[in-house]
Design a protein around this ligand. Sequence first.
Ligand code: NAD
Ligand code: UFG
Length: 338
Amino acid sequence: MTVLVTGGTGYIGSHAIVELQNAGHQVLALDNLCNSSRESLLRVEQITGKPVPFVQGDIRDASLLSRVFRDYSITAVMHFAGLKAVGESVVRPLEYYDVNVNGTLMLAKAMNEAGVFNLVFSSSATVYGSPESMPINEQCAVGGTTNPYGTSKLMVEKMLQDVAASDERWSIALLRYFNPVGAHESGLIGEDPSGVPNNLLPYVTQVAVGQRERLSVFGGDYPTEDGTGVRDYIHVVDLAVGHLRAIEYIAARKGVSIFNLGTGRGYSVLEIVAAFERVTGRKVPYAIMPRRAGDIAECWSDPARAKQELGWVARRSLEQMLADAWRWQSQNPNGFQR
Ligand code: NAD
Ligand code: UFG
């Protein structure tokens, strides 16, 4: 296969390219570098020993997309490009709907014109809103999203379902990620957030490396075992392997397939802090603070469908996720130094 990877220089996209290349597929990375660096692909090349062709550009640029589909024999698309900061989406909703919804619309139109109908889309567990019971399987209701980011993912899911219903040539996988963390075991690529991290793990590693004073734990009074929020953390390499399975799966069937990608097990914020200290030997000072607006108490997946249909399970342990996140952070204290 020749796979167009939008958002290919980003955190998850770069790890997916490693798995695609290691499995013998051809790739073309497309990214406008608004939240990533070209350096990540040079690192990918070090890992795989293969060149990664790259086009710098925006998924909303119709003429660029048609050029890409004309010049390269793309057979499938993994679509990671998008904006992902929940809090920022509340402040800048137009940008989020433009990049995430309009950007995917432009991409789907370009694919349609080029006769490329295989698409794997980065969705999120956020589409489930505030589910009433755990674990969450794919039949659980979606909706009740609490911010424009989540709503944009839901809108794209619905749009792609309508597109597939209108034309049976489409094969689409909607992958609902739980909480991606960790880094490639080489320590060469990883998550490189700009500014103050929104997510737990990059914040923890930046505290441990001495860049930030202490972690704010958002809420100590949730109805969970220790009062802090519980999430299903998944190693980014397991997630990348899930994409590889999904793109191979849809090559052999039509319509829309939806998969949760998670481990099926939740950990609280304090469990993460304790495990991180154990694995790395570093202290992570923290303070319990008020809850963060829009957060839910707990969220973990039922990953049974992905196991049954894709033959995929998340294999890497919490300890490995934390050790790999720490290796990346400590070897690259300033990330890719954009
Ligand atoms: P990331 O920011 O590292 O990667 C996204 C990439 O898209 C970046 O390299 C960015 O420069 C690029 N991009 C943004 N707008 C673009 C545009 N208009 N044209 C071209 N490129 C553009 O984020 P990530 O964590 O790798 O996330 C990848 C995808 O997975 C996103 O769609 C995100 O919403 C989704 N997702 C992420 C998480 C998570 O916690 N990381 C969870 C669920 C879903
Ligand atoms: N948390 C803290 N302190 C921090 C950051 C986070 O206590 O500095 C807590 C949160 O309150 C939550 C847990 O750590 O209980 C995880 O928070 P993250 O921000 O890392 O992740 P979320 O579960 O809020 O959201 C993530 C992604 C979303 C995605 C969602 C579900 O950021 O894009 O997972 O896939 F939609």
